[in-house]
Write a new protein. Structure first.
Length: 735
């Protein structure tokens, strides 16, 4: 028990978390500085077609990522939503949602969040009120009900008659997240709302149409565009009799009025969501999906049996706490997974800043990483992620970094050097685990995924390799070039030097170690595929021969550059080496995975790592031993890419250690879990059920928090990295 909350299980046996603190949340560092975390923490409910952030206060955000990232009920401040629940008992009004409502008080409301549900239980002068929001999981790669079921159960325990009215409302304000901070008068699109009702079917909706001066912004729904001119309609449907709807262009409200005698109870059901098809008849599929709910006698999801079919049991795991967390990670990846209407595939977003704050489907390397554990328990989704990213790849093998709006993809200001390597990482693991070699013959259209000559997956692999070999290329030391950055985007800001001085001269030891560790698995998998796919044998063997030559070249250069040093350097940048005497974590985990690197050297390297980057750290290795960046541009020493903790860097280390010491790898994994994270930093709510992609290290007072050099007080602390890497490492260790 602590002042944040604790874990338990719902009646289906799935993990859930009870938040026991009051809000607004506040905490201070030891030096008295206020912690920059949102005052109203939020949990995620969702399926592939629906994203719902539910706050401790009972407020929620209806978010769509099917086209652009957008909020359908955008609030007055960024990253907020508008909704309200009010109960009136014998003439006295009680607000159930909001920062000033009963939900904000832990003594007046019990708040439990689990796999697919958020539950708020109130006891108001002998009247029990229970609000439950439940989301049904997707059952295929392409489906999902874009709505939630609201169940309101009211019971009279007061011993006397109670006159009750209950109202539920949701705001209608569509706003794309990428433009949530822009003045509306400067936006190229204007949205117009129209309210309507269907009394016969207990249904109300707000449709949204678009106007624009620029005709190219509203050609048709299928056209690629950074600006979304085809938003969904907001709707509310009552599954219970007696609903009285009202509303206008600003939102929808449902009212219920009834009397409860002592001991009586009443259950109300509302479906609230959005649809990209405006006709009422098109909602029948959503209603049919959600009509299979179960009435819960205690906090659980109305669709818990459906979630049980999705979430593995991990029955062989003897550590009950770890088992619970593994199931929680699977749930969150499923809830985060988002269908793309333009590409007709589903991916798992990075979340946090990229998707939920900036409104970008970014970045490709993150999407690849998040799918790694899926190859073990949901290979169909892993395959869809691969397809999605190949459709964002040009015919020449360039993988577009970011998607915005409806299918619009570019590299923003970056020309990164590692996207193809992460593609090979996921492809290699998919083939190794599933043995689905026929996938290499599947045909897809490359970017922009419309009216293009089809390419096989083998073609994409070949073109991406050629792009890596020839366009990214190698530098004067024989290592894979850096261009403007590899995994570490901070490289882009490392020194104030002319861009042309660094672009073609930098080399990345991380990229090089990744090529060596990934290709040693990928090449044999492609050879295996060539044996069973006669039609593609010649192409695949050619590709393997070329990859082998390339890998041999990088291997010789990498070992020559390392020499007798106890660890490899980080990079060559702006005419000098980085990491001669100061260890950077980036290349170390992948170096531990290289077959030609002897076990003796691996153990020696790991000992150096324990002394240099694990020293003083509570959950894992920090990114740098002694941060070298100067602290400008917000890169405080010990923060983010300048010495912070990253799941994406610690995961590869664990996999490398597992090659020679699985017990130690499991120790490192458990150290990196959210359970251990919350034990070390129990005062921060961001330690418990999800996290940002990075945490501050022991080098600064903000240790254990997401980056505090920017204002995290309004940013969703919800990232796929911890969920994906903990799961992936667990599967690899237990192979």
């Amino acid at each position: 028990m602590n002042n944040i909350g604790y874990w338990s299980s719902d009646k289906a046996g799935l993990p859930c978390f009870e938040y026991t603190g009051n809000i607004p949340y506040a905490a201070k560092l030891d030096n008295g500085t206020d912690v920059k975390l949102p005052q109203d923490p939020w949990f995620l409910l969702g399926n592939y077609r629906f994203t719902l952030f539910t706050h401790i206060s009972g407020e929620y955000e209806l978010i769509s990522g099917q086209r652009s990232w957008a909020r359908v009920n955008q609030g007055k401040t960024k990253n907020s939503g508008v909704n309200s629940s009010v109960v009136v008992i014998n003439g006295k009004e009680y607000p159930l949602t909001g920062m000033d409502s009963l939900a904000a008080d832990s003594e007046k409301c019990k708040r439990i969040f689990g796999c697919g549900f958020a539950n708020y239980a109130y006891d108001i002068d002998g009247i029990g009120v229970n609000r439950n929001l439940s989301v049904k999981p997707s059952t295929t790669i392409y489906n999902g009900a874009s709505a939630f079921l609201l169940t309101v159960a009211i019971k009279n325990n007061s011993g006397k008659d109670a006159e009750i009215s209950y109202s539920e409302s949701v705001g209608a304000n569509f706003e794309t997240i990428q433009f949530q901070t822009a003045p509306k008068e400067y936006l190229p699109l204007q949205y117009i709302n129209k309210y309507s009702e269907n009394k016969q079917d207990n249904f109300a909706k707000v449709t949204i149409t678009t106007t624009a001066k620029d005709p190219l912004l509203v050609i048709d729904r299928e056209s690629m565009s950074r600006h979304d001119a085809y938003p969904p309609a907001l709707f509310m449907k009552s599954l219970s009799e007696g609903a009285q709807f009202s509303g206008d262009s600003n939102g929808i409200k449902a009212d219920y009025v009834f009397t409860l005698k002592p001991g009586e109870h009443k259950v109300l059901h509302l479906v609230i969501g959005y649809t990209f098809e405006y006709e009422y008849s098109t909602l029948e599929n959503i209603m049919a999906e959600l009509s299979t709910y179960e009435e819960a006698a205690e906090p659980t999801c109305a669709y818990s049996q459906d979630w049980l079919k999705i979430i593995p049991d991990y029955e062989n795991e003897q550590d009950d706490v770890l088992r619970r967390e593994l199931r929680w990670h699977v749930y969150n990846l499923e809830a985060m997974a988002t269908y793309s209407e333009y590409y007709n595939e589903t991916k798992i977003p990075q979340g946090t800043i990229y998707d939920y704050h900036w409104g970008q489907h970014a970045s490709a390397r993150d999407n690849f990483q998040h799918a790694l554990p899926l190859v073990y328990y949901n290979p169909k989704l892993a395959k869809s992620v691969l397809r999605y990213l190949m459709k964002r790849t040009t015919p020449f093998g360039e993988i577009r970094l970011i998607e915005m709006g409806n299918g619009y993809s570019d590299n923003d200001r970056y020309f990164t050097s590692d996207q193809q390597i992460y593609f090979f990482m996921l492809l290699s693991e998919y083939l190794r685990v599933t043995r689905d070699y026929a996938f290499l013959g599947e045909k897809l259209q490359p970017y922009p995924a419309r009216h293009q000559a089809e390419m096989t997956v083998a073609d994409f692999a070949e073109k991406c390799f050629i792009f890596l070999r020839d366009t990214i290329g190698i530098g004067m030391h024989g290592l894979v070039r850096l261009l403007n950055s590899d995994w570490n985007d901070g490289v882009y800001y490392i020194e104030e030097v002319p861009y042309n001085n660094i672009f073609f001269t930098g080399e990345s030891h991380m990229n090089s170690a990744m090529v060596l560790s990934i290709f040693q698995t990928l090449i044999p998998q492609l050879r295996n595929a060539a044996e069973v796919m006669g039609e593609y044998a010649a192409q695949l063997n050619r590709l393997c021969d070329s990859m082998s030559l390339y890998r041999e070249s990088i291997l010789g250069a990498f070992f020559a550059d390392t020499g007798d040093r106890p660890f490899p350097r980080r990079m060559y940048f702006n005419g000098k080496p980085y990491g001669d005497n100061n260890m950077f974590l980036e290349p170390q985990g992948f170096t531990l995975q290289i077959n030609e690197f002897s076990e003796e050297k691996k153990r020696a390297l790991y000992e150096e790592m324990k002394k240099r980057v694990y020293s003083g750290e509570k959950i894992g290795a920090r990114e740098q031993e002694n941060p070298e960046l100067n602290g400008d541009n917000g890169f405080e020493k010990g923060s983010r890419e300048n010495g912070g903790f990253w799941w994406a860097l610690n995961g590869p280390v664990i996999i490398g250690v597992a090659k020679f010491d699985k017990a130690e790898a499991m120790r490192l994994l458990k150290n990196m879990t959210l359970q251990h994270f919350s034990e070390e930093f129990p005062q921060y709510w961001s330690s418990y059920w999800s996290a940002a992609d990075n945490q501050e290290s022991s080098l600064i007072p903000e240790e254990g928090l997401p980056d505090q050099t920017i204002d995290y007080s309004a940013i969703p602390v919800y990232c796929a990295h911890p969920h994906a890497w903990i799961l992936y490492c667990y599967y690899v260790i237990n192979e």
